[in-house]
Write a protein that binds this ligand. Structure first.
Ligand code: SAM
Length: 305
């Protein structure tokens, strides 16, 4: 299904909880208002089936809050994988519970993982995430690699004056481990959860120049057309860096549909208010009804919000 700007929906970003064991200072809450009720495993499975059948999507990313803090996260992955409709099941996590759960996640059908890692320095890591657990997360990453989650991506949100001088360390780390480094520009939070302009002004760093200089040094550059036209840079030391930098190309390349943990279906991180909650409709069993609702949400998608 395409939206009014000819952008085809190709993947789903599904938040399974709004609860998190961390308190990252930059967190956007995935665009929705916290303190909502969570869908059950059965409801998640139903929504995933409907979305796959109606939209023909085969890619899904689970997120949160912290998805691994949901006690039934393994059955969630298992049930969605058992549908046999998704060929790419991934997750973004803070990694705190990865060491314990990585093996079961793979067994349940998880293919790959993104781990938020805002610093390689324990004190800075704690300052940003509120959790003194860098070594535990690094152990979790090792485990994830060992059990075959691939590729592993590191989400490094750059914050001016806090962790921005660690870029070279992250590039080295990426080359050494084989993890793909996602260099992420801080974005402002949506109105729905309350924009904090002061925070944004204080920590936002425009990554244009950094990306430009990395592009100049790169031995190869590709564009991920599937994912917001992101640049993928192959550096001479073997590191792979993906740049996530909000821009016109970024919005025009957006192919995502989002589901909040309460069942709100929405088309843009910044426009959860334009969503439609489908939780109460799930027992209707009318494909026609869901096609209509999904069409409305897809039609509400507009670049630049
Ligand atoms: N708890 C999980 C985690 O830490 O990965 C999943 C939820 S978290 C909201 C998902 C990702 O959103 C993080 O990896 C981070 O890269 C990104 N993110 C959150 N707030 C952001 C912001 N204000 N600007 C840029 N990226 C942000």
């Amino acid at each position: 299904m395409k939206d009014k700007c000819n952008r085809k929906i190709k993947h789903i970003r599904f938040s399974v909880t709004d609860k998190c064991n961390f308190n990252c200072i930059y967190c956007d809450n995935e665009g929705f208002i916290p303190k909502t009720t969570e869908l059950t495993v059965e409801e998640i499975k139903k929504i995933c089936r409907l979305l796959a059948e109606i939209l023909n999507v085969t890619r899904i990313k689970f997120t949160g809050g912290e998805p691994l803090s949901r006690k039934d996260i393994i059955p969630i992955i298992q049930q969605v994988s058992d549908l046999g409709l998704y060929k790419d099941i991934s997750m973004t996590t803070n990694g705190y519970l990865l060491y314990e759960k990585a093996e079961d996640l793979v067994r349940a059908g998880l293919n790959r993982i993104n781990v938020s890692l805002p610093s390689l320095k324990p004190d800075v890591y704690k300052k940003i995430t509120g959790s003194d657990s860098l070594s535990k997360v690094l152990k979790g990453l090792n485990k994830a690699k060992e059990v075959g989650l691939f590729p592993i991506k590191i989400n490094y949100v750059m914050l001016k004056g806090l962790n921005d001088l660690e870029l070279e360390d992250f590039i080295e780390f990426s080359a050494k481990t084989g993890y793909i480094l996602q260099l992420i520009e801080l974005h402002a939070r949506s109105d729905a959860i309350g924009k904090e302009k002061e925070f944004y002004v204080k920590y936002h760093l425009d990554l244009s120049d950094i990306i430009k200089s990395l592009v100049e040094k790169a031995v190869d550059v590709k564009i991920r057309g599937l994912m917001q036209n992101r640049k993928v840079l192959f550096l001479s030391n073997g590191a792979i860096v993906e740049a996530i930098h909000p821009s016109h190309e970024f919005c025009m390349g957006c192919t995502k549909l989002r589901v909040g943990c309460d069942g709100n279906l929405f088309g843009c991180l910044y426009r959860a208010d334009r969503g439609k909650n489908i939780k109460n409709d799930l027992n209707l069993n009318s494909l026609e009804h869901f096609e209509k609702v999904i069409r409305e949400v897809v039609d509400s998608r507009e670049p630049y919000y």
